[in-house]
Design a protein around this ligand. Sequence first.
Ligand SMILES: Cc1ncc(COP(=O)(O)O)c(C=O)c1O
Length: 387
Amino acid sequence: MLTKPEDYYDAETFARIKKFADQKETPCLVVDSQLFTRQLDELMTCFPYAKTYYAVKANPAPELLSILRDKGCNFDVASRYELDKVMALGVTGDRVSYGNTIKKAKDIRYFFERGVTLFATDSEADLRNIAKAAPGARVFVRILTEGAQTADWPLSRKFGCQTDMALDLCILARDLGLVPYGISFHVGSQQREIGVWDSAIAKVKWIFERLEEEDGIKLKMVNLGGGFPASYISRTNDLQTYAAEITRYLKEDFDDNFPEIILEPGRSLAANAGILVSEVVLISRKTRFGLHRWVFTDIGKFGGFIETTDEAIKYPLYVEKKGETEECVIAGPTCDSADILYEQYKYHLPLNLASGDRLYWFSTGAYTTTYSAIEFNGFPPLQGYVI
Ligand SMILES: Cc1ncc(COP(=O)(O)O)c(C=O)c1O
């Protein structure tokens, strides 16, 4: 079945984005600031008790960062370059957390000198670097969680540590003169199974209790990470359902004595607000009687669609032409055979689709411009606009 714009956007919003894109060369990403603001307002309404730390990596367009700044949000920053971007907009260090557990000692110092006092960690080596470069700072320890199988873009294994190690790190933090401030986790991006927050929060609660009872350390904060849904082809529950369930888990574990709760949304705020427009370069078949066409378009894995790796994220795809359709393989424009977007999952596209026709990729506002290569095959990075 062909994707319909009205399944993802109201008519006025789609018309506004399309009209703007019509004047632009492809490929380009057009992000609608009203839609972004709507997503942000919804999140803040759903979690009225939580502080939002936007994951800048999802889409660092200054126009979006300014909206977040003006709404009083905070920023989850992964590198000194992201920090510079955020601070250039007048955001002060006390609204930033250095959320990357993999960092150089000199970068920790860079953050600390600019007023950042909240740092993620998951290893002793990093903690010792923080103690030296950011004396007295607050640290939160990231734990490993379940959920890799039900997240479209899992973030497990590389980040986080076992609960026992989290205890050790909190104790070491105190001994090194840091403030053991809280526990964080990320259940995986585009997480479809809300229940994984339940087990993660239960682990956190256990750590809180153990540390208070046995070591006199009173943690203050729980960072629930990202993982909230965007609207792709595969269904998810809506954000209200996520919020209601997660709030219930928190109440079950913490009663009404909630610690400070932090969210780090990226995808759920930026994805739906953007439409990436590409153009068909060529259409071909590989054999005389091949059953499906190959549609080559001017956006590929290296132009920003890295999350099509293993066909993990399936973006809704709209074309204006109607009529009989056929299954297609969709591939990017570069001279690399890894640059195939979808081969197992077959998109249906109209038989009359032709070179030069435009493809509208919905919900592409997150993790596209930032992933785009700078010069692979000479193609420039993906052009992003905010309207
Ligand atoms: C530390 C951290 N926080 C938050 C996010 C954002 O997650 P999401 O895009 O699922 O909202 C990420 C994504 O990589 C992350 O690494």
